[in-house]
Design a binder for this molecule. Structure first.
Ligand code: PLP
Length: 405
């Protein structure tokens, strides 16, 4: 009982999985090859070198045939022992899920943050981490875990500020960061920011289907993994790092997704389109255009800190009494447009517009049109036309490619 005709493209406007470009779909359609053969080693080395550039690291990046949740577990299982004390920070639903996972694995978690939903409207407050670490005189805290781009709210945290907070406290804790929805969309520097383990996934900025995920590691994290006592076998870094030297894995890797990953790295790093810096600039621009629409509608953005606005997604709060999921359902059924649901503490209060990966001005204009039509049909009073505001923004802010300068 859907109202749309089954023609044209579905508008997958959730903050991941993001639409997979045809170029990547074609690359993945090649025949699966022998994962122990010589051709595979070439592919393996190519994707490892490509993904290192995306993480901006020279250190090993482990690729798992798993969703992001698997890579979360890998980060914890490789570095920690049962009963270890870990400081985690509540930015939203995904930070909460990671904290629950750590607890289930037998780690003692301390969940820092602002009360109620206050913390769900901002990035990590690094000074709170610094204060807490300074009070930990015996260095009982073994790791600090934060989410870089909180997909449930649309707030991006300043990871360098967290690094500096740990350093200011002269604390030896490992820094572990989830940038599952930030990588290849928001600026991220694994080495320069001194991150020990970075967790990411395939289905967001990398424009791939779900199914592979990553741990970028530091020498300090590798050292910790030699003494860490949480059980680990499939997730253990040591054998994978060893076999990756030749471009192979100790088990059967996700060959066709690796074809896609090689293609995605080529696309994202292509200097013709500004390379990684061009990728970050594109996302900032799309985000600004989408926010101009939300502001023109007179609706509130979930993130209240302009410095933490996410380049990946925008959370839109519904007026009191409007069920955000009912609006989403109407938009899906009428216009074949998927928007992200409110998660956890903000369920029913807001929806999320993804503006990541394989987008352009016109796909975003179409998505905003779907939102505006749906909001009106749902009886939401709008202050003005968000579509008109976004058109003004995009038309008035041409893409600045390095080659055009
Ligand atoms: N962390 C963040 C920030 C996410 O956005 C997601 C998924 O959306 C996850 C973790 C979980 O990843 P997955 O669903 O791939 O297991």
């Amino acid at each position: 009982t859907l109202d749309f005709h089954p023609t044209g493209r579905h508008f997958l406007q959730i903050p991941g999985p993001s639409p997979v470009p045809d170029r990547i779909l074609r690359a993945m359609s090649l025949p699966t090859i022998d994962h122990r053969g010589p051709e595979f080693g070439v592919l393996g080395l190519r994707v490892i070198q490509g993904i290192q550039q995306i993480f901006q690291t020279k250190q090993p990046v482990i690729i798992y045939p798993a969703s992001g949740t698997g890579a979360w577990e890998a980060a914890l299982a490789n570095t920690l022992s049962p009963g270890d004390h870990v400081l985690m920070y509540e930015t939203g639903h995904f930070a909460t899920l990671w904290q629950k996972m750590a607890t289930r694995l037998g780690v003692k978690t301390e969940f820092l943050g602002l009360p109620g939903v206050e913390g769900w409207r901002r990035g990590v407050q690094a000074h709170l981490i610094e204060e807490r670490l300074k009070a930990d005189k015996e260095h009982s805290i073994k790791a600090v875990c934060v989410v870089h781009n909180e997909t449930s709210t649309g707030a991006t945290s300043n990871i360098l500020a967290v690094r500096r907070a740990i350093d200011a406290a002269k604390h030896p804790a490992l820094l572990m960061v989830d940038t599952i929805s930030g990588l290849a969309s928001a600026e991220y520097k694994h080495d320069e920011w001194g991150v020990d383990v970075t967790v990411s996934g395939s289905q967001k900025g990398l424009m791939l289907p779900p199914g592979i995920s990553f741990n970028a590691v530091s020498p300090k994290a590798i050292e910790a993994s030699k003494h860490a006592k949480l059980p680990k076998a499939f997730w253990a870094w040591d054998e994978i790092i060893e076999m990756n030297k030749g471009g192979y894995w100790p088990y059967t890797p996700n060959t066709n997704l690796l074809y896609g990953l090689a293609e995605a790295c080529d696309m994202l790093l292509d200097p013709t389109f500004g390379g990684l810096q061009g990728t970050f600039a594109r996302h900032q621009r799309w985000a600004e255009g989408v926010r101009s629409a939300v502001k023109a509608w007179g609706l509130e953005i979930q993130c209240v800190e302009a410095a933490s606005y996410s380049p990946v997604l925008t959370g839109v709060i519904m007026p009191e009494g409007v069920d955000a999921d009912a609006v989403r359902k109407l938009i899906y059924e009428r216009f074949d447009l998927s928007l992200g649901t409110g998660l956890g503490k903000v369920k029913g209060r807001m929806f999320r517009i993804g503006h990541l990966g394989d987008c352009n001005d016109l796909t975003l204009m179409a998505a905003l049109s779907g939102c505006e039509m749906g909001l009106k049909l749902a009886g939401v009073k709008l202050a003005g036309s968000g579509v008109a505001a976004a058109m003004e923004y995009f038309a008035g802010h041409p893409v600045q490619l390095p080659m055009k300068k």
